[in-house]
Structure formats: structure tokens, C-alpha cells
Design a protein around this ligand. Structure first.
Ligand SMILES: [Zn+2]
Length: 186
């Protein structure tokens, strides 16, 4: 759609309330995490990408039960899960939902491993991949940042202690100096 709203007047109020109480999802009122426009510009299906303002400030709805993925306070736009290329880790229990978008690890891969061995090395595996190939969380992961926290949360929901993985799970930015190639920024 090309009817780009001029939000000089009406948008300001919304933007102000967003500033005072922090970004809240317009549908579920959950907290929104700031993301850069570059994330929806890559994670949305092509047809919806033109609705993204490159200078806009977008937020990711953190409520797993809400199907809003992105919203912005000023323009009032909302992007729901069906508008994205991929399923969203925290919002979708389908086995085909990715845990890691950079290395295409799906929930069903980890579930299979869990079913056969009772544990999964998914985090160690992803960290290994990050080291070797770097990652592109900002453009591939719908939440625009590292997937490891969400994976830890998901593992915990399955009764798996993520700390019991074969390698420590401390986030991909742990070796800040050596993470040049990654561009992970998390
Ligand atoms: Zn929401």
C-alpha cells in the first residue's frame, strides 16, 4: 500500500504515550522489545515489506500467546505471525518452527534428539556454527537478535536445563572480541 500516512499531528500523541509507558502491544498490552526496521524488512513476506518505514521504530511483542509480532507506536501498524516468512520461536509450538534461523534448526530436530537421547546439543551446535560461519540474527530471526535465549526458554519449558548442555550457554556475544565475523551484535 502506498498511502503513507503523514503522522506529524495525530501520530505524535500515540508516540508520546509510547514514550511514557514504554512500547506496549496494541492488542495484548504486553511489553514490546525495540527492533530495527531492517529486521521486518527481511523477516516479513515480500508483499508486506513495503509497509515498513526504514526510519520507523518497531517493537516485537513478547507475549507467546499473542499473534502480533511487530507493532509501531507512531504509525500504528501491526504485523501478525501470518505475515512472516517463518514461524516465530516463542509464538508457535509447531514442530516446524525454527529454534535457530541462521542455521535452520527446527523444534522437531531438537525434539527428535530429546526423544532418543533425553537431551539435546542444539545450543552447542549453534554456537559452533556461529564461530565458524557467523550469524545473521538481525535479518533472519524475527526478534532481530540472538536465538539462544529463546532456545533456553523453550528447553526449560520441556524440562531440560539448558545449562546441562555439553557447552556453557552464555550467549553468542560472550567472546566479544572474537565475534567479529558474526555481526551478531548480541
Ligand atoms: Zn501482543
Amino acid at each position: 500500500m502506498s498511502d503513507k500516512k503523514n503522522d506529524n499531528q495525530s501520530g505524535e500523541e500515540v508516540g508520546e504515550s509510547c514514550k511514557s509507558i514504554g512500547p506496549r502491544c496494541p492488542i495484548c498490552d504486553a511489553k514490546g522489545t525495540d527492533i530495527k526496521a531492517v529486521t521486518p524488512q527481511h523477516t516479513l513476506k515480500a508483499v508486506h515489506r513495503r509497509e515498513i518505514d526504514p526510519n520507523g521504530q518497531y517493537h516485537f511483542c513478547e507475549n507467546p500467546d499473542c499473534n502480533v509480532v511487530y507493532f509501531d507506536c507512531i504509525g500504528g501498524s501491526i504485523f501478525t505471525t501470518d505475515k512472516l516468512i517463518n514461524r516465530v520461536t516463542i509464538k508457535d509450538e509447531h514442530p516446524d518452527t525454527p529454534l535457530c534461523y541462521c542455521f535452520k534448526v527446527l523444534k522437531k530436530d531438537a525434539l527428535k534428539e530429546l526423544a532418543t537421547s533425553g537431551s539435546t546439543d542444539v545450543i552447542a551446535m549453534i554456537k559452533e556454527g556461529m564461530k565458524k560461519h557467523g550469524c545473521q540474527c538481525e535479518k533472519l530471526n524475527p526478534r532481530g537478535s540472538c536465538c539462544l535465549k529463546d532456545i533456553e526458554g523453550w528447553l526449560a519449558s520441556k524440562g531440560i536445563d539448558p545449562k546441562n548442555q555439553s557447552k556453557p550457554a552464555s550467549g553468542c556475544g560472550s567472546s566479544s572480541g572474537e565475534n567479529r565475523q558474526g555481526g551478531c551484535g548480541c
